[in-house]
Design a protein around this ligand. Structure first.
Ligand code: SAM
Length: 141
C-alpha cells in the first residue's frame, strides 16, 4: 500500500455518511459450517440502521479470481465504470440466509453499504442477509 500523502486532503465531492455500529454491539465469532459470522450482544429493533460502512469501488479489471480468498467478499456495484465494491465493514462478514434478519443496501452515491435489521433480533443471534444469488458454497442454516 502506498504511503498516504499528507500535504493535501483528498478531494471529496460528497462525503460518505458512515455510521459505525454502537460500541460493543457486534461480535465476530466462529459459526459452525460457515467460518466466522456476526452476532449481536444486545437486542436490535426491526428497521434499525446497524452500520453504514465504506467500500472500495472496483472496475471490471479489478475483479478477483474465485480461487482467491478475497473473491468471497465483493458486492455487486452498479455504478459505471464500477461493477463491484469491496466492503470495509461488517457488511462483508455477514453470512447468507434464505430467512435473513437483515438486508444490505448499497448507497451508490455515498459509497457505503447499509445494514438494516428487517426483524427484531435477539441478543446472541447471528445477523444474516440474503445474498440474492446462487450460493457458490455449501449452505449451512
Ligand atoms: C462474505 S463471506 C462471509 C463471512 C465469512 N463466513 C468469513 O468467515 O469471513 C462469504 C463466505 O462465507 C461463507 N458463508 C456465508 N454464508 C454461509 C452459509 N449460510 N453457509 C455456509 N457458509 C456460508 C462462505 O464460505 C462464503 O464464501
Amino acid at each position: 500500500m502506498p504511503a498516504a500523502k499528507t500535504d493535501k486532503p483528498a478531494k471529496i465531492d460528497k462525503p460518505a455518511k458512515i455510521v459505525l455500529p454502537e460500541a460493543g454491539l457486534l461480535k465476530l465469532v466462529p459459526i459452525k459450517g460457515k467460518g466466522r459470522g456476526v452476532i449481536t450482544t444486545r437486542p436490535i429493533r426491526r428497521g434499525k440502521l446497524v452500520e453504514a460502512s465504506p467500500v472500495i469501488p472496483m472496475k471490471k479489471g479489478d475483479r478477483l479470481d474465485r480461487s482467491t480468498v478475497l473473491s468471497h467478499y465483493p458486492f455487486a456495484w452498479e455504478k459505471p465504470p464500477h461493477v463491484q465494491a469491496f466492503p470495509l465493514g461488517f457488511a462483508g462478514l455477514l453470512n447468507h440466509s434464505d430467512t435473513p434478519n437483515c438486508k444490505i443496501e448499497a448507497d451508490l452515491e455515498g459509497e457505503v453499504l447499509c445494514i438494516y435489521a428487517i426483524r427484531n433480533i435477539e441478543a446472541g443471534a447471528e445477523l444474516t442477509w440474503n445474498y440474492g444469488i446462487d450460493p457458490w458454497f455449501e449452505v449451512a442454516e
